[in-house]
Design a protein. Sequence first.
Length: 197
Amino acid sequence: MKSKSFASRAGQFAILAGISGFLYSVSFVILRNDLLNALFLLLGGLFGIIVMTALYEQLLEVNSSYALLAFLFSAGALAGSLIHGGYDLSNALHPPASLNLDLPNPIDPRGVLTFGVAGIGLAIFSWLMNIGGIFPKNLSVLGYVSAILMIVLYLGRLIVLQATSPVIVIPALLEGFLVNPIWYIWLGTVFLRTSKE
């Protein structure tokens, strides 16, 4: 039995996740503020887990096995984002005496969770959204675009490493400032609308 009250709450959190993702990009790219980066990364992970739980519930009847797989990838990635943000937040609030910035983050090396695994989970969810007929087709298409950008971004960070490379900059700007925030906010409005029906 689907919970309309949970879908409504998830709609609110999806909008917050979209705003958090946008603010993370602003703090990372424009402000270059480690404290805000960490805070918005942590909040995005927290909000996103709630959203993906509701999405899983909505898509369970389309294909329960793939819905569970998408949820596991997505929730694992978002938990990684939450932990990564918490790790960075603790370092921003209480800087350690020495921190080797050349080493990848031990919780989320080169964004394997926040970009790579998240992209896989979102691709599966987008496929289910497309075949299920429950969500707008263009929302699932935007989800595919987001998934591709995240996977490209992870591979770029893994292979290229140079943060100023177009292979990293272009997907990061598109995903962080446009695609991901729009997808979450759009999904949130869909949840809010359907919870009232």
